[in-house]
Design a binder for this molecule. Structure first.
Ligand SMILES: N[C@@H](CCC(=O)N[C@@H](CS)C(=O)NCC(=O)O)C(=O)O
Length: 209
């Protein structure tokens, strides 16, 4: 058995955050497919045996079962000594961006991308609202990245890995990547990191409905 078991699925950028860390850290890991489209996260079994919050990703390691990608990334940084902070100031800065990612950058974009890009829903006031909020979050990250290689400056941390959850997903959302040149340059730098792989190459399960 591998050192790490990641309950995950390909459409899940939140799962990709953890998979990407494991890839970049050169960890020995395996995926456990979560049949989200088949309703698995809503089953009593999943909620009692895997995650009471009914979500992926879940990471199993050394008898622990961890959920919430931010918590998992923090755990992995601490236990592997990779992509973590080197001071209390850096630790706070990393959490500031991981919380912004969870609350704004990932959440609005991921919901928009699922509705418009995956489910192919027609445009509604809800999708327009989500796009406006997602664009607002993208503008903030793009501005922060101007003149920096990564979120904290010159080296990648779990803040970058968290923010990277959905940025490589290929589905159209009506948001133009050309509007965010600093994010595009940052994505190119992430792709150059040893071990980087595209989400659909490392996560199991369907990539469309
Ligand atoms: N804040 C959570 C979000 C996790 C999340 O939303 N996971 C989605 C897949 S990307 C999920 O499993 N949803 C299941 C459901 O809503 O039934 C994290 O970062 O891990």
């Amino acid at each position: 058995m591998s050192d790490y078991r990641l309950h995950c699925f390909a459409l899940s950028g939140n799962s990709y955050k953890v998979a990407l860390f494991l890839q970049l850290a050169g960890a020995d890991w395996e995926s456990v497919f979560v049949d989200y489209l088949g309703g698995e996260t809503h089953t009593d079994r999943y909620r009692s045996e895997v995650n009471e919050q009914g979500e992926a990703p879940v990471l199993e390691h050394n008898g622990l079962k961890l959920s919430q990608s931010g918590v998992i990334l923090d755990y992995l940084a601490k236990t592997t000594g990779q992509f973590g902070p080197t001071s209390d100031d850096e630790a706070r800065e990393i959490w500031r961006w991981m919380l912004f990612d969870n609350h704004k950058f990932t959440s609005y974009y991921a919901t928009l991308r699922f509705m418009v890009g995956v489910k192919k829903s027609e445009e509604t006031p809800v999708t327009a609202f989500l796009r406006e909020r997602a664009v607002g979050a993208y503008r903030i990250v793009d501005k922060h990245l101007v003149g920096k290689d990564f979120i904290l400056g010159s080296r990648p941390t779990i803040a970058d890995i968290s923010l990277a959850g959905y940025v490589f997903m290929p589905e159209p959302t009506g948001i133009e990547s050309s509007e965010f040149p600093a994010i595009e340059a940052w994505k190119a730098r992430l792709k150059q990191l040893p071990g980087w792989r595209h989400p659909y190459d490392i996560l199991p399960g369907p990539t469309s409905l």
